[in-house]
Ligand binder design. Structure first.
Ligand code: XMP
Ligand code: MG
Length: 180
């Protein structure tokens, strides 16, 4: 895998990601002690973050997975959200923490939160690794956030470019000429 050709810069190293994940896990552990927690991983992008984050949460949480589409293979949000795979578990009375890779327009999470709230959970909150505040179209409250980033297309650590590079263990900025 020759990533040099498509890399503009490395944005977040493995060490930086690990340190942030530990901090977030510690905060979640503190805040949710004694509660029934359901971590909802938004596939596919959040899969690596979810896997690392849950190891840092020292509570007996449940996990479940959802897949939604809003992007296709392009780099801009279509604004259309579709549930591709729904949760397997009931969320009634549980404290849901949505684990997401990145918030850009906020349209995906805005839709997800409304959808999950209608199923009778005790609460619904968000833990996102990355946030692009400049792209926001829908207002969403992020209880836990890893990093604010500029409006650049980032890849790796679960994030894809045309479904590839999710397995790269750090986050890099894609050269503009690759996707424009
Ligand atoms: P919205 O706009 O609904 O988008 O907040 C959230 C989803 O968009 C994808 N996304 C990205 N994926 N690099 C990616 O690989 C990016 O820079 C990027 N920005 C947004 C992502 O799937 C997220 O769940
Ligand atoms: Mg994606």
């Amino acid at each position: 895998m020759d990533l040099n050709k498509i890399t503009k810069e490395v944005m977040l190293t493995r060490e930086e990601l690990a340190e942030k994940t530990r901090e977030l896990g510690a905060a979640i552990t503190r805040d949710y002690e004694g509660k029934d927690v359901l971590l909802v991983c938004v596939l596919n992008g959040a899969v690596m973050f979810m896997s690392d984050l849950m190891k840092e949460i020292h509570l007996p949480v449940e996990i479940d997975f959802m897949a939604v589409s809003s992007y296709g293979n392009s780099t801009k949000s279509s604004g259309v959200v579709k549930i591709i795979k729904d949760l397997d578990k009931s969320v009634e009375g549980k404290h849901i923490l949505i684990v997401e890779d990145i918030i850009d327009s906020g349209l995906t999470l805005h839709y997800l939160i409304d959808n999950l709230k209608s199923r009778g959970p005790a609460s619904v909150e968000i833990c996102t690794l990355l946030d692009k505040p400049s792209g926001r179209k829908a207002d969403v409250h992020t209880k836990y956030k890893g990093f604010d980033i500029k409006d650049e297309f980032v890849v790796g650590y679960g994030l894809d470019y045309a479904e590839k590079y999710r397995n790269v263990p750090y986050i890099f900025v894609l050269k503009e000429e690759v996707y424009s």
